[in-house]
Write a protein that binds this ligand. Structure first.
Ligand SMILES: Nc1ncnc2c1ncn2[C@@H]1O[C@H](COP(=O)(O)OP(=O)(O)O)[C@@H](O)[C@H]1O
Ligand SMILES: O=C(O)C1=C[C@@H](OP(=O)(O)O)[C@@H](O)[C@H](O)C1
Ligand SMILES: [Mg+2]
Length: 167
């Protein structure tokens, strides 16, 4: 009766693959960003603007903890790993998967999408710098899945293969 946490950089495919994975298992699908937007009735971008990143992170942690229930695929926002407490939660409370993607591929996937406030300005520079800051945190996950050269369906199958013994 597992909960599966999908983590990784913006554009890794956490939201996309999470939905496919939940369909395959017949599990509930929760995306922390979508849940925050539903609870607060406004966009992630607006929350960043009006409340600031620190408060967004507090809300994100609350959602992570509250929605950690059995038979759930929980797709997180890319910054969930910034908090040590969140990383401990991910490692203790469920199956923690890191969807890996290269900075070049991230840029291709997110360049036309205005929804990510942390990529405002020069997105290529922002991606490179955040990637370098965060890679070691994502790599604390026990299960690492490359995604850059695979379709969401292929990534989903690979996640299922890699966690089959834990489900
Ligand atoms: N494996 C993949 N190959 C190509 N494009 C992908 C892949 N996974 C996701 N995408 C695309 O990249 C964008 C970001 O995906 P999304 O699931 O929102 O990522 P995340 O939730 O990790 O930020 C979407 O347009 C999605 O269709
Ligand atoms: O990496 C980050 O800090 C963020 C990633 C976003 O989610 P995705 O990873 O789903 O894009 C969203 O939570 C917010 O814009 C902050
Ligand atoms: Mg997402």
């Amino acid at each position: 009766m597992a909960v599966i946490f999908l983590t990784g950089f913006m554009g890794a495919g956490k939201t996309t693959v999470g939905q496919l994975l939940a369909e395959q298992y017949g599990y509930r699908f929760i995306d922390t960003d979508q849940e925050i937007e539903r609870l607060h009735q406004c966009s992630v971008r607006t929350i960043f603007q009006e409340k600031g990143e620190a408060q967004f992170r507090e809300i994100e942690t609350e959602v992570l903890q509250k929605e950690t229930t059995s038979k759930t695929v929980l797709s997180t926002g890319g910054g969930i790993v910034l908090s040590k407490a969140n990383r401990e939660w991910l490692s203790k409370e469920g199956i923690w998967v890191f969807l890996h993607v290269t900075p070049e591929e991230i840029y291709q996937r997110v360049k036309d999408d205005p929804h990510r406030p942390l990529l405002d300005g020069d997105p290529q520079e922002r991606i490179q710098s955040l990637f370098e800051q965060r890679l070691s945190l994502y790599n604390e996950a026990p299960i690492v899945i490359p995604t850059s050269e695979f379709t969401p369906k292929e990534v989903t199958v690979e996640v299922m293969n890699r966690i089959a013994h834990l489900i």
